[in-house]
Design a protein around this ligand. Structure first.
Ligand SMILES: NC(=O)c1ccc[n+]([C@@H]2O[C@H](COP(=O)([O-])OP(=O)(O)OC[C@H]3O[C@@H](n4cnc5c(N)ncnc54)[C@H](OP(=O)(O)O)[C@@H]3O)[C@@H](O)[C@H]2O)c1
Length: 262
């Protein structure tokens, strides 16, 4: 039996940190870690820095052909057990819908939603009791976010999809965890779109990537469907469950305006 982890978005930020912590054994023993992203050179660099044997899959997860490649790769070997699937590949653009542009809006939906569904769909037949899926959602999933509308909706999709899939899998011993961090200093903000909206929204603060990943792995091992790593986001989570979304969005506008004036 070959026990593997698949990490998408493995070359940067959160995905890179998952590879590091899985390589250090924080997810239990693994025979191989499969690294997925587009940039083959960056993937080779991560592979070179990883002690566990790796398999590099240079795939653009906005393309249907990439899901077929992943399926073929998984089906090729007998006795393969996917112990971990970590869906980190994702991106966000700030600004109004028209400002972001058609291609970026569509690719956010493809990568942040469709790729997560496809990777789960193809990995699940290779999972056993004890296997875990981690899907990167966001604080943006917890309330609708004007000027981040497509991104926040994709992350809400990830949150609800993860919760329902975890429920469907009840009794199988396989669990799905959606992780909802606030901002982290990664490549995520390298090309974010409207800089003024980024400045307003990032006033909620940043979390350390290594702490988020450690908490996500611990939550997944415990079989939790949701992981909200920071206490202030937990408070936002409770408030957004109680209040109408129009009030929440008005409150966000006020909060971001006040915070960005400081
Ligand atoms: N950083 C934050 O503030 C934050 C907060 C909450 C949630 N998140 C979520 O956390 C996840 C990880 O983001 P990050 O912060 O680690 O961002 P990042 O540093 O920009 O990393 C994104 C990763 O995704 C890969 N990727 C991008 N487009 C891809 C595509 N079309 N096909 C395959 N791989 C692709 C990138 O590699 P290539 O470019 O080589 O493909 C890279 O490895 C995302 O889902 C993001 O929405 C981030």
């Amino acid at each position: 039996m070959q026990s593997i982890a698949i990490v998408t978005g493995a070359t940067s930020g959160v995905g890179r940190e998952f590879v590091r912590q899985l390589d250090q054994g924080h997810g239990g023993p693994l025979n191989q870690i499969w690294l997925v992203a587009r940039d083959a050179t960056a993937l080779a660099q991560v592979a070179a820095e990883t002690a566990t044997p790796t398999r590099v899959l240079a795939l653009d997860l906005t393309l249907d052909s990439s899901y077929e490649s992943l399926r073929d790769e998984l089906d090729r070997e007998e006795g393969l057990v996917v112990q971990w699937l970590v869906n980190c590949a994702g991106f966000g653009r700030f600004g109004g819908l028209g400002e972001i542009g058609e291609k970026a809006n569509a690719n956010m939906v493809r990568l942040n939603c469709l790729a997560v569904v496809e990777c789960c769909y193809h990995a699940l037949p290779h999972m056993v009791a004890g296997s875990r899926i981690i899907n990167l959602s966001s604080v943006a999933a917890l309330a609708p976010q004007p000027y981040l509308s497509v991104y926040s909706a994709t992350k809400r999709f990830v949150l609800d999809f993860s919760r329902t899939l975890d429920h469907e899998l009840g009794g199988s011993g396989i669990h799905v965890t959606a992780v909802c961090p606030k901002f982290m200093r990664t490549g995520f903000l390298d090309d974010p779109g409207n800089a003024e909206q980024v400045r307003r929204m990032t006033t909620i603060g940043f979390e350390p990537v290594d702490a988020v990943v450690a908490k996500a792995l611990a939550a997944a091992i415990r079989g939790r469907a949701t992981c909200v790593p920071s206490w202030d986001v937990k408070a936002i989570h409770v408030a957004t469950k109680l209040l109408p979304s129009a009030w929440v969005m008005a409150g966000e506008d006020l909060l971001f305006d006040l915070a960005s004036r400081r």
